[in-house]
Design a protein around this ligand. Structure first.
Ligand code: C6P
Length: 400
């Protein structure tokens, strides 16, 4: 599917054709995104919202058109609710800091799940520490599925927010976030969804979900690095204190009292990464041209095919066997160390990630140091899946 759109896929590593299966870490970029970036710097590079001059106006227009493209992509009610950040990590830090400063008090509680990426744990730990609040944890079972029934008992009248991943980066689990949101809202508790591993793999409709915050990175959806989005319902964003100060986030500044700009600018301090925002819009258009449903169907076929073939390998152990998964396969083989396996796969031209994947609590749950993780994107092929399986067999034989 559209492999030739991605120039890097023709690169060789160690003289072998690259088999890129580290898409959960970052996806490769299609030529149209690369072109959009260089075109921006060649034609209209200038600071936005600040100049009367032509280039500044052109850049501002492109920037705001990209915001509208993001709004449509996640079906937000308004562009006021689409805040540009550097990535999912910054988006979650923004919410944890600003929401925390506004609503969290001593004795309050925040709930995260046991399968969260560190980016959806540490910002909440910092906020709780800062405000004298407590972090509570929603566990998952040995298949890697959230134990949803526990949520009812975890939520108390002191719970201020629930923060959960849409899709787990180390298990591949697609969480029942509709249900999480329904339960939390029935107790008047808002919900933040970490959508970093979802936005390129399944359609997201923030209004239908009714989530309060939805955070993601551009670089995992074929866009440049250094750009991300924090969606938040206007009702929260209007009340929340700003995250950072400076630049366009102000209305009036005096030494006595500074007032803040309207949404979304209130949360966008400093010069944004304009070219990357424009690249994000191109990536959204690119995904739209193929269709998320087609991408999801292709990745599901790859997931089923590869899982079935890997399962035939003696000693294969999957970490994360939820009934609803995206194209992420975490595994161990016999007692081989994931790092050793990763190095041997790399020498065969196969790029996978090994280690804890920034989810140490997940590794602690299973009592393992890490996993080998293969993750798919729209351009991966069944031949590449076969190459992975062959390379794992070869590496296993070398290591045993
Ligand atoms: N996961 C992975 O290899 P940033 O780094 O801000 O773009 O994304 C952080 C992040 C947040 N939540 C989830 C669920 C994630 O998977 C990630 C990034 C990469 O799995 C790098 S650790």
């Amino acid at each position: 599917m559209n492999r030739n759109d991605f120039p890097i896929l023709n690169e060789k590593v160690y003289g072998k054709t690259l088999v890129y299966l580290d898409n959960a870490a970052t996806t490769q970029k299609p030529q149209v995104v690369i072109d959009a970036l260089s075109d921006y710097y060649r034609r209209i590079n200038s600071n936005i919202h600040r100049g009367v001059h032509c280039l500044s106006q052109l850049a501002t227009n492109e920037f705001e058109q990209a915001r509208e493209a993001v709004r449509q992509y996640i079906h937000a009610a308004s562009t006021q609710e689409v805040i540009f950040t550097r990535g999912a990590t910054e988006s979650i830090n923004l919410v944890a800091a600003s929401f925390g400063r506004t609503y969290l008090h001593a004795g309050d509680e925040v709930i995260v799940s046991e399968m969260e990426h560190h980016s959806n744990i540490v910002p909440w730990e910092l906020a709780c520490e800062d405000r004298g609040a407590t972090l509570k944890v929603l566990p998952f079972n040995d298949k890697g599925e959230l134990m949803l029934r526990e949520l009812e008992t975890l939520i108390t009248e002191r719970t201020k927010i629930v923060a959960v991943a849409h899709v787990s980066n180390s298990l591949g689990t697609v969480n029942p976030i509709e249900e999480v949101i329904r339960i939390a809202h029935s107790h008047n508790v808002p919900v933040l969804i970490d959508g970093a591993q979802a936005v390129a793999h399944c359609p997201v409709d923030v209004q239908a979900l009714d989530c309060d915050f939805y955070c993601f990175s551009g670089h995992k959806m074929y866009a440049p690095m250094g750009i991300g989005v924090m969606y938040g319902k206007a009702q929260w964003l209007n009340e929340m204190q700003p995250y950072q100060g400076g630049g366009e986030m102000i209305k009036d500044v005096t030494f006595e009292k500074t007032t803040y700009n309207e949404l979304p600018y209130k949360f966008e301090a400093g010069t944004p990464s304009v070219g990357d925002v424009i690249g994000l819009r191109k990536a959204i258009e690119y995904i739209g041209g193929i269709g998320l449903a087609n991408i999801a169907a292709h990745e599901q076929e790859l997931l089923a095919y590869t899982t079935e073939k890997l399962a035939r390998i003696d000693g294969m152990r999957f970490i994360g066997e939820a009934s609803h998964k995206t194209g992420v396969i975490s595994f161990l083989v016999g007692d081989t160390h994931p790092y050793d396996m990763g190095v041997l796969l790399d020498h065969q031209g196969i790029a996978v990630r090994t280690g804890h994947h920034c989810t140490q609590p997940v590794m602690t749950h299973f009592g393992i140091p890490g996993t080998i993780r293969a993750s798919f994107a729209l351009y991966n092929t069944f031949e590449e899946a076969d190459a992975l399986v062959d390379a794992v067999v070869k590496a296993k034989n070398m290591l045993s």
